[in-house]
Design a protein around this ligand. Sequence first.
Ligand SMILES: [Zn+2]
Length: 410
Amino acid sequence: MNLRKAFLLFLCALPLLAVGAPRNIIVMIPDGCATATLTVAREVKGAPLALEGVVYGLVQTRSANSEVTDSAAAATAMSCGALTYNGAISVDVDRRPMLTFGEWAKAQNKAVGIVTTDIITGATPAAFSAHAENRNQTDALIEGQIGSGIDLFLGGGKELLTPERREALKARGYALPDNAQALEAVKQGPVFGLFGKNLLTPMVARRNAPCAEPTLRDMSAKALELLSQDPDGFFLMIEGAQIDKGAHVHDLAWSVHELLAFDDAVALVLDWAKAHPDTVVLIAPDHETGGLTLPRVPKERQGLRAKRIRSATQIGAYKPEALDVCYSTGDHTAVDVFLAGNTPTVRPFRNCDFPVALADRDTTYLPELTGTTVEKNGIRFLITPNGTRLRANYDAIYIPSTQKWYARQL
Ligand SMILES: [Zn+2]
């Protein structure tokens, strides 16, 4: 091979060399989880959590317009790499769509999966898979998710799937399991599994009644099984959504049992990652909810404590005598959250550092593009007015929720 040819080959290989992303990327979000919730969960379990063994840092959680973030702005920061206003789903402060981590991973030809115990259009799953100016735009979010090309959605919200949406998903080849048994039978993607009318049934409610819905661990196991079939690796987001829900209404039992279920999924994922090198697992709450503290109780008030906790009787064998459980708010707080995972060198210090820390991926704004579209061999192209041909989900991205094309990079 002559020198010129070798140099040309080297140039061709440059984009490949520049890709610093791990093969498999797993982000796990225990929504609204306070450090104090970990303390109680450990006492209830009577042993350390899998999560505790891999904690190594702290993450700042603020949004662009508040020290106290909401779940939408927080997940947008973790997915897109920029702070935005509370309520925003993967749009910036000027309401321009930003590249989600799901879209970025699809552009790398990776399989992508979204798993949650929330409704699938909840702020956290939505910010990794869709765009909207406001988290309450449920129709825009589900339509965006249906057209996203993402390989796996597992969560709550059966009623989102109208007959038209079911047909649209079937036409795209999706399996549509609606209970644990049907999910177990799915042996290849894509899959869009919704269980429960809205949220999945809380773990506390499953203790006394049989439940046909999968657990977070069940869904995570199926996601790993299906997504790992992709030769280019995968990106998977797993959310334990109801730790937050319990904290909002000061129901410690709800939060703690959801955290224990999340921890079961963490143990499974960490084991899987051990057996599959080049898998980065990063775990961090999006914010803390409730302002939970566990102060010592004066002697005369001991025994009264339990009355102040909703469904305290369901919390398990843990009956602290000398501790009080105090929530300081029914909302979120501004405190930092813990950072955990299997790669301590991956250290995002702010929520918006996640994309760079995980995949050396900078914030990408998406300027709007115009042109006509053509489809060839199943790949969609945009022909811009100057004749440039841009490949869908690579050079350009089509976002179903806005029905527009965007350039991937400025
Ligand atoms: Zn949240």
